[in-house]
Write a new protein. Structure first.
Length: 226
């Protein structure tokens, strides 16, 4: 704003000088016309040519434009990688937010991959959503209509190590207890529980048996734990 104001002031002063010169030339002889013209030319040359003054705001705007252009160039340099990530993430969020069924998502992926030319897309919804296998490997059938799930002793110890410091020598207290699940049926849990002595407030499961009666074979029941 200051540079623009000083420029207008100088222009006004030059205009006044030119008017005065023209007024004086009208009252002088014709021989003085050449000198008057030279004075006007010199005044214009010396004063009108102002250097370009860019206000601070305009400088900031030009700086932002340069930054945007740089970002724009970097985007197009990596456009293939960015496009794949954007499309995959958008489809993943859409499928999750709207609870899209897997068969619908699979059909859409097939259309986009083979018909729309988006060959980078996965063929299956599990790959797109990055789902881990849902197969349960720690569950086994030990008797008819009875099941045992093993959490493992090491899992409990590792979890406790994130809660409190473990000693060099670990002593573990183990207990087995039955738990009825319903008054209307005989279904029940038989749990193998443990804690690291003396931290009895941090009990963790080693294994759980489910059935309609207590385990008939203790060796089969305690097999994984042993």
């Amino acid at each position: 704003m200051h540079g623009s104001s000083s420029y207008r002031t100088k222009r006004r002063r030059i205009t006044d000088e030119l008017l005065a010169l023209v007024s004086s030339s009208e009252s002088s002889d014709d021989d003085n016309d050449g000198s008057t013209l030279n004075i006007i030319t010199n005044t214009l040359t010396n004063n009108i040519q102002e250097p370009l003054v860019i206000p601070a705001l305009e400088k900031n705007i030009l700086k932002e434009i340069g930054s945007i252009q740089s970002t724009h160039n970097n985007f197009f340099e990596n456009k293939d990688c960015n496009l794949q990530e954007i499309v995959n993430e958008s489809l993943r969020n859409w499928a999750t937010n709207f609870n899209i069924p897997q068969n619908v998502l699979n059909a859409l992926l097939k259309t986009l991959k083979y018909d729309a030319g988006l060959s980078f897309l996965p063929r299956d919804s599990h790959s797109l959503l990055k789902c881990k296998s849902t197969k349960i490997t720690n569950l086994r059938n030990i008797e008819p209509k009875s099941f045992y799930y093993h959490f493992s002793l090491s899992t409990g110890i590792i979890k406790c190590s994130s809660i409190f410091a473990l000693p060099d020598i670990i002593k573990i207290a183990v207990g087995v207890d039955g738990l009825p699940l319903s008054k209307s049926s005989s279904s029940q849990f038989w749990r193998i529980l443990a804690y690291i002595v003396p931290n009895h407030q941090h009990v963790f499961p080693i294994g759980i048996y489910y059935g309609h009666e207590k385990p008939q074979c203790s060796n089969d029941y305690l097999k994984n734990f042993i």
